[in-house]
Design a protein around this ligand. Structure first.
Ligand code: TMP
Length: 219
């Protein structure tokens, strides 16, 4: 059995990750691959409960370490109950955010630093590494504008201010620079179909899978 691959999507707010995850999944399905689609924080019943503590409420409700522990608690549940079992069965997994988000949001933008996040990462994630991480990048003002068009109570991180989001953008770019074999930066200000085509090319080349782009939503 050829092992499944683990693909993660990362980036700041309003980059269109959720749309791009759905489009990539359709392309994979057309190629005969039926991936598990999941997300963080969340993706398992327990982690979805923890998610609510993180994405709603006052901006300052947690300090950066508490917040990181909550994200890693959610990740432990998600990995143990959903992701690792699926991969043991040889399934592909496409995940909307993963551990790079904790490094970028809590480690860099909330100021906890790399070391505490790396320590928690070793404990929970160990040597489990995505095969490919797609970092959707776009200017902060555009990302926040797009995110502001959504009407969702899950806007705690969106409210963290422009300086926070500028640091966050640099953080994801720095993470991508440090991990060139795993990460690819995808310019995400372009139209949805163009971003999708760029992602499909990257997956085709990096993971050696014959993949074609979908024509667009609904096709
Ligand atoms: P989402 O809006 O992309 O679903 O993600 C929820 C929020 O959680 C998003 O604003 C980023 C944030 N987040 C962190 O701060 N740390 C993490 O480890 C993860 C996975 C997400």
């Amino acid at each position: 059995m050829r092992p499944g691959r683990f693909i993660t999507f990362e980036g700041g707010e309003g980059g269109g990750k959720t749309t791009q995850v759905a489009l990539l999944v359709r392309s994979l399905e057309k190629a005969g691959i039926s991936p598990l689609t999941t997300r963080e924080p969340g993706g398992s019943p327990g982690a979805e409960i923890i998610r609510r503590l993180l994405v709603e409420g006052d901006v300052g409700r947690w300090d950066a370490l508490t917040e990181s522990l909550l994200h890693f608690a959610a990740r432990q549940d998600h990995l143990t109950r959903v992701v690792r079992p699926a991969m043991r069965e040889g399934r592909w997994v496409v995940c909307d955010r993963f551990a790079d988000s904790t490094m970028a949001y809590q480690g860099y933008a909330q100021g906890l630093g790399r070391e505490p996040v790396e320590a928690l990462h070793r404990l929970v994630v160990g040597s489990f590494v995505p095969d490919l991480t797609l970092v959707l990048d776009l200017p902060v003002a555009e990302g926040l504008r797009r995110a502001g068009l959504r009407t969702s109570a899950e806007d705690r991180y969106e409210r963290m201010g422009e300086a926070f989001h500028e640091t966050l953008r640099s953080a994801f770019l720095d993470i991508a620079r440090r991990n060139p074999g795993r990460c690819a930066v995808v310019p995400a200000a372009a139209p949805v179909e163009e971003v999708h085509r760029a992602i499909v090319s990257l997956v085709r080349e990096r993971l050696d899978v014959p993949l074609e782009a979908c024509d667009g939503p609904g096709s």
